[in-house]
Design a binder for this molecule. Structure first.
Ligand code: CTP
Length: 458
C-alpha cells in the first residue's frame, strides 16, 4: 500500500480567484500530495483560448505561492495528462464539474473525480473588467478582410474603424461591413479617435510614414512586413516606439503560430542536436501587376523573403554574411536563392520565387536528427522530428482553422494588456535580422542599377 495519495488537477488559473482556490483545496482534501498542472499559453491558444490576461510565468508563480500545493508543473500538450498520471503515479485526477464526462477516458489510468464548481465567479468574468482594445485598420490591402474576420475570435479586441485615402472605397467598405462601421479618409482624424492600436496593410512604400505618425499619436502598431525599406528607418521606428512606450510588431503570422513556437522549443531542447542548416522555400506565382508598388518590381525577395528569413533567424540567430543568386527576367528577379552564414558555421538557405513553382517545405538539420515541416511550412500545423533510426521519429500536430492570423492578434492584444512592449515570439532584434535580407538585397540592386546607368552613359 502506498502511504501517500497523489492528486493531480489542471487549469489556466488566469487571475487566480476564489473559485480556483476552493477547487484546489477540495482537490488537496482528496489525498496527501497535490500536483497542479498550469496550462501553457501556447497550448491554451492552440485550444482556442486566446484571451488569457496573465503570462504563463505569472500564473505559475501564483499557484507556487500556495502552501497547500506540493508541486506545480507546466501543461504543454494534449496527451500530457496520461503521461503525467503514469510518471507521478497519480491516484486521483480531479477537476471542476464544468468538465463532467470530458475526462472519463482517464479512468483507464487513475480514479477520476469531478468536483463542484463555485458559482458566480470565473476568469472570463474578471477579464470583462479589462478595457477592450479598440483597433483601427489602415489601408485596404489583400489581408484586410481576413484580419477583421480573425479578430472576431479574439474577445478582447474590437476592430471598428478603417482609414484609407480612397474616400469611395472606405465608404463602400463600411457600408458592407458588419463590424467596421466608421470610415476615415483623413489619417489625423482617424488617429484622433478612441482607438488604441492600428493594423497597417498598405503599399510597402507607405509603411514608414504611416507607422511613424501612429506611434507619435501614441498608438500600438501591428504592420505587415517590412516595417520600413531602409535600415535606418527601421531602427528609427523601433527607437521611437520604445521612447513613446508603444508596441511595434511586424505582422509575420508564422511567428505566433502555436506549432511554430512548439517547433522552436523542441529545437532549443537539443532534440536534433546542434543545428547546422535551415532550408526553407516559399514560392508564389505573382505577376508584376499584382504588386503595382514600383519598389516591389525588383524581385521575389521583396515579396516573399520575410518568412524564410524568420525561420532562419529564429533558429540560427543573426546572419554574418549573405550571398544572393538571382534568376532575372527583364530586370525583375523571378527567383532568388539566399545563403546566409551564422554562428559556428551554420548555414541558412532561403529560396523564394514568383516565376518558378516549387515545394514550400522546410528542413532543419541537426547533428542528431532533423525536423521536416511539410508545405506550406509558414502555416505550420504539423512537423516531424526524424532520426536515422525511424522508430524514434515523432509527429507534432496542431490543426487550426482559418489562416492563422488569430494567434498573432491574440499575442498583440495580450502584450498590450500586460503592459509589455516586446514579444518574445518576435523581438525587435528578430525584426531587424529578418529585414536585413530584404534591405541588403535592395541596396545591392540599387547599386547595380546605378552602375549600369553609369556604364550606359559613358
Ligand atoms: N473552477 C471552479 N470554480 C470556478 C472557476 C473555476 O471550481 N468558479 C475550477 C475549474 O472547474 C477548473 C479549475 O478551477 O477545475 C481551473 O479552471 P480555469 O478554467 O482556469 O478557470 P475559469 O475561471 O473557469 O476560467 P475561464 O473563465 O477562462 O474558463
Amino acid at each position: 500500500m502506498k502511504d501517500k495519495k497523489t492528486v493531480i488537477t489542471y487549469g489556466t488559473y488566469d487571475m487566480l480567484h476564489e473559485g480556483h482556490m476552493r477547487l484546489l483545496k477540495r482537490a488537496k482534501a482528496l489525498g496527501d500530495y497535490l500536483i497542479v498542472g498550469v496550462t501553457d499559453e501556447n497550448y491554451d491558444r492552440s485550444r482556442g483560448k486566446l484571451n488569457v490576461v496573465q503570462s504563463t510565468k505569472k500564473r505559475m508563480k501564483a499557484i507556487e505561492s500556495l502552501d497547500f500545493v506540493d508541486k506545480v508543473i507546466l501543461e504543454t500538450h494534449k496527451n500530457q495528462k496520461v503521461e503525467d498520471i503514469k510518471k507521478y503515479d497519480v491516484d486521483i485526477f480531479a477537476i471542476g464539474d464544468d468538465w463532467a464526462g470530458f475526462f472519463d477516458y482517464l479512468s483507464e489510468y487513475t480514479h477520476v473525480e469531478y468536483l463542484p464548481r463555485t458559482e458566480g465567479i470565473s476568469s472570463t468574468q474578471l477579464r470583462e473588467k479589462f478595457d477592450l482594445i479598440k483597433m483601427g485598420i489602415v489601408g485596404l490591402g489583400r489581408d484586410t478582410q481576413a484580419f477583421i474576420d480573425a479578430a472576431e475570435f479574439v474577445s478582447n479586441v474590437k476592430v471598428n474603424r478603417i482609414y484609407s485615402p480612397d474616400f469611395l472605397a472606405v465608404k463602400k467598405f463600411t457600408k458592407n461591413s458588419k463590424t467596421v462601421k466608421y470610415g476615415h479618409d483623413n489619417y489625423d482624424e482617424f488617429l484622433d479617435t478612441s482607438i488604441s492600436a492600428v493594423y497597417i496593410d498598405t503599399k510597402l512604400t507607405e509603411h514608414y510614414k504611416l507607422i511613424k505618425r501612429a506611434i507619435e499619436a501614441g498608438k500600438h502598431v501591428l504592420c505587415e512586413n517590412p516595417l520600413a525599406l531602409d535600415k535606418n528607418e527601421l531602427k528609427e521606428l523601433l527607437m521611437l516606439a520604445k521612447k513613446r512606450k508603444v508596441l511595434l510588431l511586424s505582422a509575420l503570422k508564422t511567428a505566433f503560430l502555436p506549432a511554430f513556437n512548439q517547433l522552436l522549443k523542441e529545437i532549443n531542447s537539443g532534440v536534433i542536436g546542434e543545428v547546422k542548416e535551415v532550408r526553407a522555400t516559399r514560392t508564389s506565382l505573382y505577376k508584376e501587376k499584382d504588386y503595382p508598388d514600383s519598389f516591389m518590381q525588383q524581385g521575389a525577395t521583396n515579396i516573399l523573403s520575410s518568412y524564410p528569413s524568420l525561420l532562419v533567424n529564429k533558429v540560427l540567430g543573426k546572419s554574418k554574411n549573405l550571398t544572393f543568386f538571382d534568376q532575372g527576367e527583364d530586370g525583375y528577379d523571378v527567383s532568388n536563392l539566399i545563403i546566409s552564414k551564422h554562428k559556428d558555421g551554420a548555414i541558412g538557405v532561403s529560396r523564394v520565387a514568383t516565376g518558378i513553382k516549387s515545394e514550400g517545405d522546410a528542413v532543419i538539420s541537426g547533428t542528431k536528427g532533423y525536423i521536416y515541416i511539410p508545405a506550406p511550412w509558414w502555416l505550420t500545423k504539423k512537423f516531424y522530428i526524424r532520426f536515422e533510426d525511424e522508430h524514434k521519429s515523432q509527429v507534432f500536430n496542431y490543426e487550426f482553422e482559418g489562416r492563422g492570423l488569430r494567434y498573432m492578434i491574440a499575442e498583440f492584444a495580450s502584450l498590450i494588456q500586460r503592459g509589455k512592449r516586446k514579444s518574445k515570439m518576435l523581438t525587435p532584434s528578430d525584426m531587424i535580422g529578418i529585414n536585413r535580407v530584404l534591405l541588403e538585397y535592395n541596396e545591392r540592386k540599387l547599386k547595380e542599377k546605378k552602375s549600369k546607368k553609369a556604364k550606359g552613359s559613358r
